[in-house]
Write a protein that binds this ligand. Structure first.
Ligand code: TYD
Length: 208
């Protein structure tokens, strides 16, 4: 059986990723593709438990190093229990956030050393790298306003300052440049339909 395809959605807060994940999954299913929709941190029973520990509590609860380990612990379980089994069955996996979020949030945002993150990526993600990563990009102020509109500070990260979120945006754009073979930047400004069309163009162009 052929391996499925692995698509990840990345970007800062309030970029509208989750809505677009749902729309892409529907559209792929309508084409007859078997799809597993998942998210990080989480996506398996153990990883969802780690998610609760990692995302709740005071903004400064974990050091960047500890936080990185929590994210990769969750990722390891998620890969073992959900992602690899699905890909091996030939299913496509669409994941809301993955390792680039660790590079941006724990690395650029929190200050965890890049080589520490890359060594974990080599050990844990290994050959299960995404076939396509969509990096949702929009001005930090617009994203935070959208995120806050949803209900104040859903996660510890939304409560961090503007500077933190600017570093995330810069890092995501840098990741896209450094990994142009797998990354496409999606302009996340505009209405849902417009952004969905950009997402579909990227998926069709790269994978279909
Ligand atoms: P979620 O509510 O799913 O946020 P969003 O809707 O913005 O995707 O919460 C996930 C949070 O976890 C988000 O603030 C980013 C953070 N995160 C990391 O810091 N590192 C990681 O490796 C991952 C996967 C997520």
């Amino acid at each position: 059986m052929t391996q499925g395809r692995f698509i990840t959605f990345e970007g800062g807060e309030g970029a509208g990723k989750s809505t677009q994940v749902a729309r892409l999954v529907d559209r792929l299913q309508a084409r007859g593709v078997d799809v597993t929709r998942t998210r990080e941190p989480g996506g398996s029973t153990g990883a969802e438990e780690i998610r609760n520990i990692a995302l709740n509590g005071d903004a400064g609860r974990w050091s960047p190093l500890t936080e990185t380990l929590l994210m990769f612990a969750a990722r390891s379980d998620h890969l073992e229990k959900t992602i690899r089994p699905a890909l091996d069955e030939g299913r496509w996996v669409v994941c809301d956030r993955f390792a680039d979020s660790s590079r941006a949030y724990q690395g650029a945002g929190g200050g965890a050393p890049a080589d520490f993150i890359e060594s974990l990526d080599v050990a844990i993600v290994a050959h299960t790298q995404p076939d396509l990563t969509l990096i949702f990009d929009l001005p930090v102020e617009v994203g935070l306003e959208r995120a806050f509109g949803r209900g104040l500070f859903e996660t510890r990260f939304e409560s961090k300052g503007l500077e933190f979120h600017r570093r995330l945006r810069e890092r995501f754009l840098e990741i896209a440049k450094e990994n142009s073979d797998r990354c496409v930047v999606i302009d996340a400004t505009g209405d849902e339909e417009t952004v969905a069309a950009r997402v579909w163009a990227a998926v069709e162009g790269r994978l279909l």
